[in-house]
Design a protein around this ligand. Sequence first.
Ligand SMILES: *[C@@H]1O[C@H](CO)[C@@H](O)[C@H](O)[C@H]1NC(C)=O
Ligand SMILES: *[C@@H]1O[C@H](CO)[C@@H](O)[C@H](O)[C@H]1NC(C)=O
Ligand SMILES: *[C@@H]1O[C@H](CO)[C@@H](O)[C@H](O)[C@H]1NC(C)=O
Ligand SMILES: *[C@@H]1O[C@H](CO)[C@@H](O)[C@H](O)[C@H]1NC(C)=O
Length: 521
Amino acid sequence: MLQRSGLAGHLFEKPPWRPPSKRRPPTTVALLVLTVFLMAALVTYSLWIGTSGVLIKNSRDKTSSVVVSKKPKVPIQRIEIPLNCTNGKNQTQTCPTNYPKTFRTEDIDPSLNPVCPDYFRWIHEDLRPWKTSGITRGMVERANGAATFHLVIKGGKAYVKNYRQAIQTRDVFTIWGILQLLRKYPGGLPDLEIMFDTEDRPGIRSRDYIGPNATAPPPLFRYCGDKETLDIVFPDWSFWGWAEINIKPWDSILKEIKEGNRKIKWIDREPYAYWKGNPFVDENRQDLLKCNVTDQQDWNARLFIQDWILEGQQGFKQSNVADQCTYRYKIYIEGYAWSVSEKYILACDSVTFMVQPQFYDFFMRSMQPVEHYWPIRDDDKCRSLKFAVDWGNNHKKKAHEIGKAASSFMQEQLKMDYVYDYMYHLLNEYAKLLKFEPRIPEGATELCSEVMACHAEGQQGRKKKFMMESLVKGPSITNPCTLPPPYDRLALAAFLRRKDNSILQVKKWEEGYWESLNKQQ
Ligand SMILES: *[C@@H]1O[C@H](CO)[C@@H](O)[C@H](O)[C@H]1NC(C)=O
Ligand SMILES: *[C@@H]1O[C@H](CO)[C@@H](O)[C@H](O)[C@H]1NC(C)=O
Ligand SMILES: *[C@@H]1O[C@H](CO)[C@@H](O)[C@H](O)[C@H]1NC(C)=O
Ligand SMILES: *[C@@H]1O[C@H](CO)[C@@H](O)[C@H](O)[C@H]1NC(C)=O
């Protein structure tokens, strides 16, 4: 299997460091042109020999099939299917039997679909440990000691067996997300079984599964991973809402942050590095607090403690993430593991200052330092922050570009449609590896959106509110995006090297900055 840590280690070659730029390197452009050309050629060819039967059958004018640039469409009505909640508290809520079993799309030729964002390539990397062995029932069941729940899809329906109490409503909203995926793409998921752990830190250590006598690792889904573990990364619950602390579903937040970004122009924002959060979850965060401004020092950081209990009592007036784009720079620092705050910080068009992270979620692996965020050292935070703010205030245009690159990444590549497509492809690729017939475990219950939402109570009604807000209205009328192929090993190594080199470059600038400051004194 791929040694992720090994690939990241090559720092010694001459750094071909490139300043952040929207331009693609010429080779990429050439490749892109070539790909487009090849695809066009392929389509033309298949049309010409008539293998694409659907395409020809469905186009009214058969002679027009030469015009391949226009995507033929068969108009399909988008239908909305509201939840069918039974009235009367005494009746048990049942799952509907008349929800469509398949989705029909306007796209006749799925190969003409847009390719998914680049971070989808990591699906292949996450599943690589089982690529040759496949996944047996034994492997799945060995994960049950760590799992919060066991989820089974069988005949398009979802069944869940709980093993443990999850933290807050993490399990509820994660399962809700999967049920929405079933509403969006009915018939789109094959039968499968997954084990899911809702705790923060990854736990399937790769070093336990190396060597001649090693067993295959158990496949375990969770919200983040790191380079020492093999856990399979899945979108976290907060995409559908975090009821306990009033964080709305991602769709709503993206809209609000877009507004928030417009409210105060970047240049008019406070020219400091801002952070607000809970420092008590990790020492690293407490270390950050030492960089706060005092009468004696100013590291250009403005740091605040988020008191969630107090916020709750005051109706969360001070904690609206969309109102927090008021500083030019925003610090992201991990908590006990990765933090859900990451996407809200990146979505602001302020520059994200990312304190060297250990963990990754499903999308951040394809983001680049200096292009999408500014790297901050974790072993010398204050000096690193001071330099970064000075750099940004002296290179305003470039700094703002970094902020905008990240916010458009969030708005475009991480919109909810892509989050669903990521889940769709990850679960489909995973299911292809299963070497057993999925079955409904004893003690599992069937879950559907109706059962979860109709009588949902809790968190002052926020649980139900967020569910209704994030409800998928009906089956999709477009296909999921097309899964890109795995990285080839050289391309992946080059990609990781570029990442390392950018971080190294910033460290060098930082050292130069402090040297020149010390000389002046
Ligand atoms: C709602 O469910 C009930 C029974 O579960 C069924 O009789 C009824 O036809 C459903 N209504 C709609 C609009 O599907
Ligand atoms: C609902 O159930 C309770 C307890 O089982 C019963 O006392 C009550 O009469 C029922 N109400 C209706 C409307 O069926
Ligand atoms: C692997 O198993 C064989 C046979 O049981 C044993 O002789 C050998 O020492 C084991 N190797 C390791 C590295 O554990
Ligand atoms: C950091 O400094 C600001 C400004 O003096 C202050 O308002 C804030 O409470 C401080 N934060 C912490 C965590 O002490």
